[in-house]
Design a binder for this molecule. Structure first.
Ligand code: NDP
Length: 390
């Protein structure tokens, strides 16, 4: 009886195919050598830069399982060679349990029992991914627990908090880094190398814009960003810091003075506590200027351009998670690597620094420098754009 859906002709062809295959196999068996090949082990060959065995990787606790932690940071660890996650710290136990099960992370802490990580021998490093106003407290508690700390940008709300974090790291003899991920993003690193190598001739000017339109109604992570106690500052703290930091990365200098003006609609109810936008300028010892804008009021984007006497490089987007478009002076694109690798590269680099007790590429001192510069920009903007020495 025919089976519904099975074509009789294909069945016949299939049967014929089987017969042919059986005939071919029997012919091969007749011509094969007498002894069958054997599987035999071989010496170690291949990749000389094998990743660390999981048991040897630095073990990390992630503090705050929010949108950036779970969207970018934790997935980044999956391709890290020298780091792995052993603990999650969260105020939401259900979320922590679910993510723990998903990522094989067995140790779950909360904000109340956080200090117990001191006794946990399976945590070497702590990654703080909390709102800015909580960075100093949790960084210092982690350092006091004897752990190395990588803290998200911006480092903290005030220069005094940053100084206290650095002092805590020194007292504990532990590494403190600020997570300026573009220092580990292959295209940004290559652009800075080209700028500093003289490829563009003497550097003359940097311009950079970074912003997005804050939407606290529909996107909860934008809510704390508009509250001074949790955010520390406004658009300049959160997003303007990228181009400002990149200017120093590409020019290889630190400014001697800054100036800035606020740039946002003053009647916008989103900006009662923090500024919605800043147009800023930095003057460097060489005479070069950098300028840019940061905004919580314009459509999302990051763009940078570095001009030398004989060439220029454009980046747009400049500090994306997944995509950087870089155009060189000759109009050719630059493709120095996949931006997604920045997340693993950053935690691998910090793991090496922590293990070897060597300085991390983006240390606490860089975070402090940047908070001081932004505070100087606020001072300037509060005084109609007057020049402020730094
Ligand atoms: P989210 O609001 O998405 O996440 C913050 C997490 O912190 C929350 O999910 C919560 O985790 C925890 N938390 C503890 N207390 C509070 C509180 N009072 N209010 C809100 N959250 C609290 O923020 P983001 O992930 O966007 O930002 C986190 C950090 O990462 C910030 O420092 C930010 O500047 C930085 N960041 C860096 C980026 C980069 O490219 N380097 C990009 C985006 C953000 P839980 O529920 O687990 O307790």
């Amino acid at each position: 009886m025919p089976v519904p859906g099975i074509d009789r002709r294909r069945l016949l062809l299939g049967a014929g195919g089987l017969t042919l295959a059986a005939t071919a196999a029997s012919a091969a068996a007749q011509t094969a050598p007498m002894s069958a090949p054997k599987a035999v082990g071989q010496p170690v060959l291949g990749n000389p830069d094998l990743p660390d065995a999981p048991s040897q990787r630095m073990r990390w606790a992630i503090v705050g399982l929010g949108s950036f932690a779970m969207g970018q940071v934790v997935p980044g660890f999956m391709t890290a060679d020298e780091a792995r996650i052993t603990a999650f710290v969260s105020g939401n136990p259900d979320k922590a349990r679910n993510f723990g099960a998903r990522y094989g992370v067995a140790k779950l802490y909360n904000y109340d029992n956080f200090d117990q990580i001191a006794a946990d021998k399976e945590i070497d490093c702590v990654y703080i991914v909390l709102p800015v106003g909580l960075h100093a407290e949790y960084t210092i508690r982690a350092l006091k627990a004897g752990k190395h700390v990588l803290c998200e940008k911006p480092m903290a709300s005030t220069p005094a908090e940053c100084e206290a974090m650095i002092a805590a790291a020194r007292a504990a003899n532990r590494q403190l880094g600020v997570a300026y991920r573009v220092h580990f993003e292959p295209n940004n690193v290559e652009v800075a190398r080209r700028c500093l190598s003289g490829e563009l001739g003497p550097l003359r000017y940097f311009t950079g814009d970074s912003g997005f339109n804050a939407d606290p109604e529909h996107w909860p992570p934008h809510r704390w960003r508009l509250q001074k106690a949790l955010a520390g500052g406004g658009s300049m703290y959160d997003i303007g810091i990228y181009a400002m930091n990149a200017a120093m990365m590409c020019l290889g200098e630190e400014p001697v003075s800054v100036s800035a003006v606020y740039a946002y609609p003053r009647d916008d109810p989103r900006f009662r506590e923090v500024e919605g936008g800043v147009d800023w300028r930095m003057s460097f010892p060489s005479g070069v200027h950098a300028q840019g804008s940061s905004s919580y009021c314009y459509a999302g984007g990051t763009r940078q351009k570095i001009f030398g006497a004989t060439g220029a490089i454009v980046m747009e987007p400049a500090s994306d998670y997944y995509r950087q478009n870089v155009t060189l002076s000759n109009g050719q694109p630059l493709n120095a690597g996949n931006p997604i690798t920045q997340f693993a590269a950053q935690v691998d680099a910090f793991s090496r620094a922590a293990r070897g007790n060597t300085p991390h590429r983006t240390p606490g001192e860089m975070g402090l420098r940047d908070i001081r510069l932004i505070q100087a920009m606020y001072k300037s903007a509060d005084n109609d754009g007057m020049k402020v020495g730094v």
